[in-house]
Design a protein around this ligand. Structure first.
Ligand SMILES: [Zn+2]
Length: 135
């Protein structure tokens, strides 16, 4: 009983991390980076989006660093180009936000975003894609 109650409370808290207009599939609410991305996608304007993006980068600095390291390694990018790979990651992230995760009609998010549960993997693949396209 107590375990069940704690579990429910934890779920509610995770739901609260998402935007109040969240359309995410319930089973994906707890997946890494999802709550932050949900907030960013529902941001009212560029300023709010910028602030949320900065928060995301700060909160997940070490996880993002791991993603960048893998992308860099697989793409055989020069080991010293840390800033460059971060800018590719930023490009990949903005591209996903603007073209695939935001709803095509009206405000909100696309079903691609709502059902995805592997955002770090998606962003790693997209970062590698941008490295290939540009270099
Ligand atoms: Zn959400």
């Amino acid at each position: 009983m107590t375990a069940l109650l704690l579990n429910t409370t934890a779920r509610l808290r995770r739901r609260a991390d998402h935007h109040r207009r969240c359309d995410c599939d319930r089973d994906t609410l707890e997946t890494p980076w999802k709550a932050e991305m949900c907030q960013i996608l529902h941001a009212r304007n560029r300023v709010e989006k910028r602030v949320l993006l900065d928060e995301f980068f700060n909160t997940h600095e070490s996880e993002i660093a791991r993603v960048l390291k893998r992308a860099q390694h697989i793409s055989r990018l020069d080991y010293h180009d840390k800033d460059l790979v971060l800018s590719y990651f930023g490009d990949a992230l903005m591209r996903m936000l603007e073209t695939r995760w935001r709803a095509k009609s009206g405000p909100g998010t696309s079903s691609v975003f709502n059902y995805s549960r592997n955002l770090p993997t998606i962003l790693e693949a997209e970062t590698r894609y941008w490295i290939r396209v540009v270099s």
